[in-house]
Design a protein around this ligand. Structure first.
Ligand code: SF4
Length: 176
């Protein structure tokens, strides 16, 4: 049976979910019998490839996150929220307790270590008003919870998806 193509990406996350995935160690070699890993954040691809399964880590914080997420949705048959930041917003959503402009001023105008005297015009993607989980923007087919998810849980989920099995029952994370 042909291997399924798998891509992983992180948006606004700490990369801990990907670190957990790497904790599979030699188990990653076993997985490659079932999936072909075609893209990861290490490759820093700007244009996601067409894949069978995409695992997305992190919340949606800025316009670049949103652009990448929408491309993955167009090009992946099955799109999975990897970890609580993708599923609920979790840690990056703490920014929502503050005014966006105050956050930008604190980072670029006031902080001694990074002060530019103004908000950068280019190079830094524009922040969205609020950080949101990925299902607020695109349809999500499955969710692997945890902060980070256990490596074994990620492996089991990938094996199930590679076998063509989606979680039974209703996925509560619905595109709104
Ligand atoms: Fe990091 Fe936890 Fe968020 Fe994963 S769910 S990106 S480990 S904070």
């Amino acid at each position: 049976m042909a291997r399924k193509k798998l891509a992983t990406a992180w948006l606004c996350g700490c990369s801990g979910c990907h670190m957990s995935f790497l904790d599979l160690d030699e188990g990653l070699f076993d997985l490659t019998e079932k999936v072909e890993i075609t893209a990861t954040p290490i490759a820093d691809l700007k244009e996601p490839p067409e894949v069978d399964i995409a695992l997305i880590e992190g919340g949606v914080c800025n316009e670049e996150n949103l652009r990448v997420l929408k491309l993955f949705r167009e090009r992946a048959k099955v799109l999975v929220s990897l970890g609580d930041c993708a599923g609920f917003g979790c840690v990056p959503m703490l920014r929502n307790f503050f005014d966006k402009q105050d956050v930008l001023d604190r980072a670029y105008v006031e902080a001694e270590s990074t002060a530019l005297g103004k908000e950068p015009d280019e190079e830094v993607p524009k922040l969205l008003e609020k950080v949101e989980p990925i299902h607020h923007f695109v349809k999500v087919d499955a969710f692997i919870p945890g902060c980070p998810p256990e490596a074994s849980a990620i492996r089991t989920a990938i094996e199930e998806l590679a076998a063509g099995r989606l979680p039974e029952g209703k996925i509560d994370l619905q595109y709104e």
